[in-house]
Design a protein around this ligand. Structure first.
Ligand code: GDP
Length: 384
């Protein structure tokens, strides 16, 4: 045979051998067989759902329960920790003061700008005008303003506007029931859905637990299925029982059962979450009125807290008016003040309803609810 053919055959054999070798090696490095891979993929969603399920499931043993429970932060230190969230250049009140002080001489137009800035802080027209004229009276000597004095005077006047003398106690101490027995304090929490009502009930339960009180939660927002689930999770984290009904159950009956459970177990406080639909005012009036009446067959409602979202400004005020017509609101919880440059809403809502702000929400963290303190609040807003 022609040597060229021999050479060609040898070359072909070498190529085939190399190709076979390459295939064998690459099989050795291959990923695990396809059927093994799906085991990893579902693990992610399963893990994401895990905390919710485990939180709702009651711990098997007392020892397990003790280790699983969280210890909430004591209320006194909260506003100090959260104060920074009120400050910042976004804040209209602080900005108004800074603008005012940026002028060497203050003329009429500058005062007008100052007043306009106060109005944009949601302070309301009345309080903004009052504050401006108080500052004008106390500050302007020949149109010249001393910055340090201006700051101190604004601080003093703001504290006065916020109302340091108002009683901001959240009334949670039980009185005597209609049958003459000892009953828990009952806090009814109302407000439009999305304002942070359920979250507030959960956070408030933590405040009370931190104070050493025993608490029962009533999930009377039976309209939104997730609300009862959400509340149970909050309760379980701090070892608090949650009474809930079936989806769409009568809210008044759930509230009644919760208060009865609190009375029977000798709890100190029952917190009742309610639904907040505003479609028809009559429906809301009937529902909330009934919830309160039915609860009071067992125990007086010691506090009605209205939850308002601080970022909704004027809209929030309209909601507040509607609720105040429906139930006797005794305290306001302003949520999402961390996301709002409009701390002035505190003043406006108190004037509007004649009811004090008692608690403020300053974040989504479990302990980001603080008792409202006018001095700390004003210092936070002014960035002091
Ligand atoms: P509900 O429908 O009124 O019961 O409202 P939720 O309690 O479900 O809260 C609605 C949303 O507002 C949730 O995402 C909460 O985490 C959030 N939220 C509640 N309070 C605050 C707060 O003080 N600050 C911030 N940033 N978010 C909050």
């Amino acid at each position: 045979m022609n040597p060229v053919y021999w050479l060609a055959i040898v070359a072909v054999l070498i190529v085939v051998a190399l190709a076979a070798l390459f295939v064998i090696r690459s099989r050795g490095n291959a990923l695990p067989p396809v059927e093994e891979r799906p085991r990893l993929t579902p693990a992610a969603p399963a893990q994401a759902e895990q905390p919710l399920e485990t939180a709702i499931t009651a711990p098997a043993t007392a020892a397990e329960a003790a280790t699983a429970l969280e210890v909430p932060e004591a209320p006194a230190s909260r506003l100090v920790r959260l104060r920074r969230r009120l400050a910042g250049s976004q804040n209209a009140l602080a900005r108004g003061l800074a603008d005012l002080l940026a002028h060497d001489r203050i003329d009429e137009a500058t005062w007008e700008d100052f007043e306009a800035t106060l109005i944009t802080s949601d302070l309301g027209v009345g309080p903004a005008t009052e504050l401006t004229s108080a500052l004008r009276k106390r500050l302007a000597v020949d149109g010249v303003v001393d910055p340090a004095k201006a700051h101190d005077v604004l601080r003093e006047e703001l504290i006065q506007l916020v109302g340091p003398q108002m009683d901001r106690t959240v009334h949670t101490v039980g009185a005597t029931g209609p049958d003459g027995d000892d009953v828990p304090g009952v806090v009814l929490v109302v407000g439009v859905n999305g304002t942070g009502k359920t979250t507030t009930v959960g956070k408030l339960a933590r405040v009370l637990v931190a104070e050493g009180r025993t608490v029962v939660l009533g999930a009377a927002d039976t309209f939104r299925a997730a609300a009862a689930e959400q509340l149970t999770t909050w309760g379980n984290r701090v070892g608090v029982e949650t009474v809930r009904g079936a989806e769409g159950a009568d809210p008044a009956s759930v509230a009644y059962t919760a208060v009865a459970a609190g009375r029977d177990s000798g709890a100190d406080v029952v917190l009742v979450d309610t639904a907040g639909r505003l479609h028809t005012k009559t429906g809301l009036m009937d529902e909330l009125g009934k919830v309160k009446r039915v609860i009071e067959k067992i125990a007086p409602v010691t506090e009605v807290l209205l939850v308002l979202d601080a970022t909704t400004g004027q809209n929030g005020l309209t909601q507040a008016r509607t609720f105040a017509e429906v139930v006797d609101v005794t305290g306001i919880v302003l949520t999402k003040l961390d996301g709002s440059a409009k701390g002035g809403i505190v003043v406006q809502v108190q004037r509007e309803l004649g009811v004090p702000v008692k608690l403020i929400g300053l974040g989504e963290g479990v302990d980001d609810l603080a008792p409202f303190d006018p001095v700390q609040f004003v210092d936070g807003v002014l960035g002091d």
